[in-house]
Design a binder for this molecule. Structure first.
Ligand SMILES: Cc1cc2nc3c(=O)[nH]c(=O)nc-3n(C[C@H](O)[C@H](O)[C@H](O)COP(=O)(O)OP(=O)(O)OC[C@H]3O[C@@H](n4cnc5c(N)ncnc54)[C@H](O)[C@@H]3O)c2cc1C
Length: 484
């Protein structure tokens, strides 16, 4: 007989992960179901990684209220979970005087939304805040509370902590059908959802949360819930090397248009620089291609803000797909079917909003009758993973004397040791991408050219998998055939 859960969450992106972690504070049984081989393999892995400053949207939208509350919760979350996050501040740079009207509007909006410390800036103030800005700048906006985060590491830490507090994670579980079944053979009235995966596994739960990102429309249909359509708006990015001259100290936005926040220059927490994203509707929800044409477009745009950005510093590119529903998030109990929560249309600022989304969903469940009593044994803290690169030589030497695998550097670009990769594998990340997102190995200048095969050997040693079984990101993304 399958275990019966109180809540089954479909989708382990940042929304599902934050909800799972929130629910793990209570004495209930929760399961997180993810169709991919690892968590954070959907939109949550490929975005700007910005904790937004609370001024881009009007307070009439739920997403704005979620953004402001969510952003305020990150310091506490970082103390508990130890993911990479820094409040470096956000600036919006106006390059023409007529753009200042929009900047003033954003400023007033930010004040109304309660964005902390927001400031309208003169040209001199802007150049002081960000000396790499183009001298063409005429003024702008500064939101000191804005920040940067490694989005996948945030999701990994949420899920790891949720698991530590009793949440079950099922990966490679693609919810394929659902039906209502009696809660017991006794013929009592109570009913449950039974969810069947594409491979035949089943899970039973009293409540279901649909946090399936781009597939939230399809998942809603599986349950006979509301009909809506999620479309994909693609954002392409290019990543600049850690040594790039064009790396600013704050997130630099252009003045936004009515449809997009524009193409930005973003310092990452790990010292590289992102430029992008584009914002183009695409018919295919799997279209993650990047093009040379967009590289030229993005670079030109980025150079208007920071002239030292150079195409020569590009080390890789990637794309993410915004799950677009309408203008706002759709987070509510289904009005069509019982015990079903919709968390759909979570486009930007979904990452920033995720801690607030989790709170909101918890309240919806409580209001609907789910009993939530605090778990006195809830453990909010995670020991942050060790990164030898960040340690002073003396500490490194001590660590290596305790475990020589910390002295064996596998990824030379990012200085990631064998011990760090083994830790990732032991935490359940057994694809090349999972290990990349957990440790940063393969993320440097050579993009895994030198270390991928070493990482594969470590996966084989630690898991007993064969070379043929190792994949880049699960499914059919096998890396090679034959022996290593
Ligand atoms: C280009 C771009 C830039 C962005 N920049 C920012 C930013 O700087 N700051 C910010 O706050 N937000 C940003 N966002 C928005 C943010 O990335 C998203 O709002 C957030 O990642 C959505 O998370 P999610 O968990 O709702 O969806 P996802 O991360 O897509 O997770 C949904 C999960 O559901 C799984 N799934 C789907 N169907 C099934 C099924 N049948 N069974 C089981 N699992 C299933 C998927 O595999 C996936 O893992 C950006 C988005 C994009 C695309």
């Amino acid at each position: 007989m399958n275990r019966i859960y109180d809540v089954a969450i479909i989708g382990a992106g940042v929304s599902g992960a934050a909800i799972a972690r929130k629910l793990s504070r209570y004495r209930i049984q929760t399961v997180l179901l993810e169709k991919e081989a690892d968590v954070s393999f959907g939109t949550s892995k490929a975005n700007s990684g910005i904790v937004h400053g609370g001024f881009h949207h009007n307070v009439k939208y739920l997403k704005t209220r979620m953004e402001v509350l969510g952003a305020s919760l990150f310091d506490q979350l970082q103390r508990e979970l130890g993911f990479p996050f820094r409040r470096c501040g956000i600036i919006v740079a106006a390059m023409h005087l007529d753009e200042m009207r929009v900047v003033e509007h954003l400023y007033r909006q930010g004040v109304e939304n309660g964005a902390p410390g927001i400031e309208l800036c003169s040209r001199d103030r802007m150049l002081l805040l960000e000396p790499k800005l183009s001298t063409e700048v005429v003024g702008g906006l500064y939101a000191p509370s804005g920040g940067i985060i490694e989005p996948y590491r945030f999701v990994f830490s949420l899920v790891e902590n949720a698991k530590k507090n009793g949440v079950t994670l099922e990966t490679c579980f693609k919810a394929a059908s659902a039906r209502r079944v009696p809660a017991s053979d006794s013929g009592a009235d109570a009913q449950l959802w039974e969810i069947t995966a594409a491979d035949g596994r089943t899970v039973r739960a009293r409540y279901v949360v649909n946090a399936a990102g781009l597939q939230a429309d399809a998942v809603s249909a599986l349950f006979g819930a509301e009909e809506f359509s999620i479309t994909a708006r693609k954002g392409e990015y290019f990543l600049l090397d850690r040594l790039a001259a064009g790396c600013p100290s704050r997130v630099v936005f252009p003045v936004p248009s009515s449809v997009s926040k524009g193409m930005l220059v973003i310092p990452t927490v790990e010292g590289t620089t992102l430029i992008g994203p584009t914002a183009d509707m695409v018919p295919d929800k799997g279209d993650l291609a990047t093009t040379a044409e967009n590289l030229a477009r993005i670079t030109a745009s980025a150079r208007m803000l920071i002239p030292s950005v150079s195409e020569r510093d590009v080390i890789t590119s990637f794309a993410g797909l915004r799950p677009v529903l309408e203008e706002d998030f759709y987070i509510d109990m289904s009005k069509k079917v019982p015990c079903f929560v919709q968390v759909a249309g979570i486009q930007s600022p979904g990452l920033t909003s995720s801690p607030a989304i989790a709170e909101y969903v918890k309240d919806l469940l409580l209001k609907d009758g789910l009993e939530l009593s605090e778990n006195p044994e809830f453990e909010p803290y995670l020991a942050p993973p060790v990164h030898v690169r960040n340690l002073p030589p003396e500490e490194r030497a001590v660590l290596v004397s305790q475990n020589p695998a910390y002295g064996n550097i596998v990824c030379r670009c990012e200085e990631i040791s064998e011990a760090e990769i083994v830790e990732a594998i032991r935490h359940g990340h057994t694809t090349l991408d999972g290990i990349k997102f957990y440790t940063r190995a393969q993320m440097g200048r050579c993009q895994g050219g030198f270390c991928s095969y070493k990482i594969m050997k470590l996966i084989m040693r630690e898991t007993g998998m064969s070379a043929e079984e190792i994949t880049k990101r699960g499914g059919s993304s096998r890396v090679l055939e034959g022996e290593l």
